[in-house]
Design a protein around this ligand. Structure first.
Ligand code: IPE
Ligand code: IPE
Ligand code: MG
Length: 242
């Protein structure tokens, strides 16, 4: 299923916010007898396609899990490679996204990144801040528990002693984005791996065996099509939604 302007007119429900756990790069490479890092390189290609496509079909927010806090535990050479790969993209590819009107934000702990990466991502956030076409969040040194903890610490620093759920969410790193309607995880695992715990409370969760380097536009279309079959009841019953 491909979406075009007519589909959008016909009210195919394009989720406002899609979040993706991009998993399976290493296994994609292993299957081809390639080093794990070859999977990461191919994965970058998919990121570009998916971001451009989401902008085209009118997704408002896209959050991509690029590097989790737990991923620092990987072998040092893989971590170094991933950071180098990111650094290279920051120059050419992300500037292209800026030219396409994408607003880029990095969510996570910026303090542990190498200074040259930190400087570049802050610069990118600054230059794209007024863009309106697609809000792209790249989760980098991010975890759901980190997000909640940093929110609590901000609240404590303001000496607030009681808070509503609605106000709490204003301290999360994803604020002011709406919560993801659709969460996708590629690579065959059906776990959240500490991604966006608060925000996915009512997301539709789509798990696919496809490895991220194989996840093409047609696969995203399938996920959106699946999303369109879901009745989102939020605790109510069908009859109340008619
Ligand atoms: C996801 O793919 C990419 C990152 C976590 C950076 P993996 O590297 O986890 O791939 P698998 O799960 O080992 O196949
Ligand atoms: C989750 O993938 C993190 C990212 C996709 C960036 P992992 O491959 O690290 O997750 P686990 O450790 O297998 O759960
Ligand atoms: Mg993995």
């Amino acid at each position: 299923m491909k979406f075009n302007c007519k589909d959008i007119e016909n009210r195919v429900n394009i989720p406002k916010h899609i979040a993706i756990i991009m998993d399976g790069n290493g296994r994609w490479a292993k299957k081809r007898l390639l080093p794990r890092v070859a999977g990461h390189v191919r994965g970058v290609k998919r990121v570009k396609e998916i971001v451009e496509y989401c902008a085209k079909i009118g997704v408002t927010y896209l959050t991509l899990f690029a590097f989790g806090r737990e991923n620092w535990r990987r072998p040092a050479d893989e971590v170094t490679f991933l950071m180098k790969l990111l650094y290279e993209q920051l120059d050419k590819e992300f500037i292209k996204l800026h030219e396409q009107g994408v607003k880029i934000r990095f969510i996570g702990d910026k303090s542990r990144l190498r200074p040259e990466i930190r400087d570049k991502i802050i610069k990118l956030e600054t230059i794209t801040i007024n863009n309106t076409r697609l809000n792209l969040n790249i989760a980098l040194d991010y975890s759901g528990t980190y997000d909640i903890t940093q929110a609590v610490n901000k609240i404590l620093a303001q000496k607030i002693t009681s808070i509503t759920e609605e106000d709490f969410s204003k301290y999360l790193l994803t604020y002011p984005d709406v919560e993801p309607e659709l969460l996708i995880r590629t690579g065959g695992e059906s776990r959240l791996s500490n991604f966006m715990l608060w925000q996915v409370a009512y997301s539709e969760c789509y798990f696919t065996n496809t490895f991220w380097p194989d996840f093409k536009i047609k696969d995203l279309d399938l996920a959106i099509k699946w999303f369109n079959t879901k009745e989102r009841r939020f605790g109510m019953i069908s009859e109340q939604l008619e």
